[in-house]
Design a protein around this ligand. Structure first.
Ligand code: NI
Length: 180
């Protein structure tokens, strides 16, 4: 198990559509375990494989850092199969440095996925968990939360990031709040 390097925008791997996992083998399970460690260490409440440079349909989520592991989800080929209502939530992302924004998502979702034990599960979620599921599955489709905000806000963020990169200041402060 190892901590993996988190890729950040504009790394091209974040734009790719991740490939389905057809065989849940030792390599996939090892990657999932490394993703769990990387998520807790970041710290973040969700992490998708493209964020660590692996373009595969794998996601780990734990929205309860008070009790690490208790509600940990390891999802293989997750899909949202039903959605309802809408909700606006302030999101951050481990792959988008120094930026949070309000994003509109479905309020309730029903997701289906495989576990590392090859079991098919369904997850009914609302609130934060619904937001995280949608955010992480977006990563598998090459989408970041900044692709879901207005063009003008995205452009302002791009400029801010370019300036920070030029000045070498991106490793400094991160906004408060959960990162997904
Ligand atoms: Ni993210």
């Amino acid at each position: 198990m190892a901590l993996l390097k988190i890729r950040t925008y504009p790394d091209p791997v974040l734009k790719e559509t991740a490939r389905e996992v057809s065989d849940i083998d030792g390599r996939i399970n090892g990657l999932v375990e490394s993703m769990v460690q990387t998520m807790y260490s970041a710290p973040g409440i969700g992490l998708a494989a493209p964020q660590v440079g692996e373009s595969r349909r794998l996601v780990v989520i734990d929205t309860d850092h008070q009790n690490p592991g208790k509600h940990l989800l390891k999802l293989i080929n997750p899909q949202i199969i039903e959605r309802e209502g809408s909700i606006v939530w302030e999101e951050g992302c481990l792959s988008v440095v120094d930026y949070n924004a309000e994003v509109k998502r479905s309020a309730k979702v029903l997701a289906r996925a495989f576990t590392p034990e090859q079991k098919e599960i369904e997850i009914e979620a609302d609130g934060l968990l619904a937001v995280v599921l949608q955010h992480e599955i977006d990563h598998l489709d090459g989408k970041l939360f900044i692709d879901r905000i207005s063009r003008i806000k995205r452009e302002l963020y791009r400029r801010k990031l370019q300036k920070a990169l030029k000045e070498g200041k991106t490793d400094g402060e991160r906004p408060s709040g959960a990162r997904l």
